[in-house]
Design a protein around this ligand. Sequence first.
Ligand SMILES: CCCCCCCCCCCCCCCC(=O)SCCNC(=O)CCNC(=O)[C@H](O)C(C)(C)COP(=O)(O)OP(=O)(O)OC[C@H]1O[C@@H](n2cnc3c(N)ncnc32)[C@H](O)[C@@H]1OP(=O)(O)O
Length: 129
Amino acid sequence: MSALDEEPQPTGTLTLQTQTMPRDTNPQGDVFAGWLMSQMDLAGAILAQSIARGRVTTVAVGSMVFLRPVPVGSTVSCYAEAIEVGRSSIRTMVEVWLTRVHTGEQVKVTEGEFVFVAIDDRGHTRPLP
Ligand SMILES: CCCCCCCCCCCCCCCC(=O)SCCNC(=O)CCNC(=O)[C@H](O)C(C)(C)COP(=O)(O)OP(=O)(O)OC[C@H]1O[C@@H](n2cnc3c(N)ncnc32)[C@H](O)[C@@H]1OP(=O)(O)O
């Protein structure tokens, strides 16, 4: 195994990338957990919608871990992976990584589990294709 292989790497597909703004922060200047969770919800939904080929809704959020504070002005990248696919539900694991601007180094800041259900136009559960 090379030294490169030992570097921690994001798991899943990059589905959402954005930059943290001053309005997303708490009085200490770090990003609110709720803002991060909404980005993760969106990132998981984007993956789930592509699997469901249509509308999905969030039915559950599992355990969340906040590993490091996220400073304002950071580039954050959300990686999503489907870890279980049921009749109508898709369980996803979403990781958030921040990129250190000067070095390009990526560090994981948060991860959590989001479950989505495929729904039809009336909001009723539908089987996955
Ligand atoms: C094409 C590419 C496009 C890309 C472009 C993307 C653009 C980017 C779009 C952004 C999109 C944002 C998306 C945000 C998503 C919201 O934020 S939505 C707002 C919050 N969520 C809600 O309001 C949902 C409210 N809940 C409900 O409407 C109903 O409970 C639901 C979800 C329709 C489920 O109805 P139900 O009758 O309880 O369904 P039921 O048949 O009992 O269960 C369905 C499945 O859910 C599972 N389930 C139920 N409860 C749970 C639970 N607590 N835990 C785990 N699983 C559960 C069941 O096990 C079952 O799984 P399967 O065995 O079928 O696989």
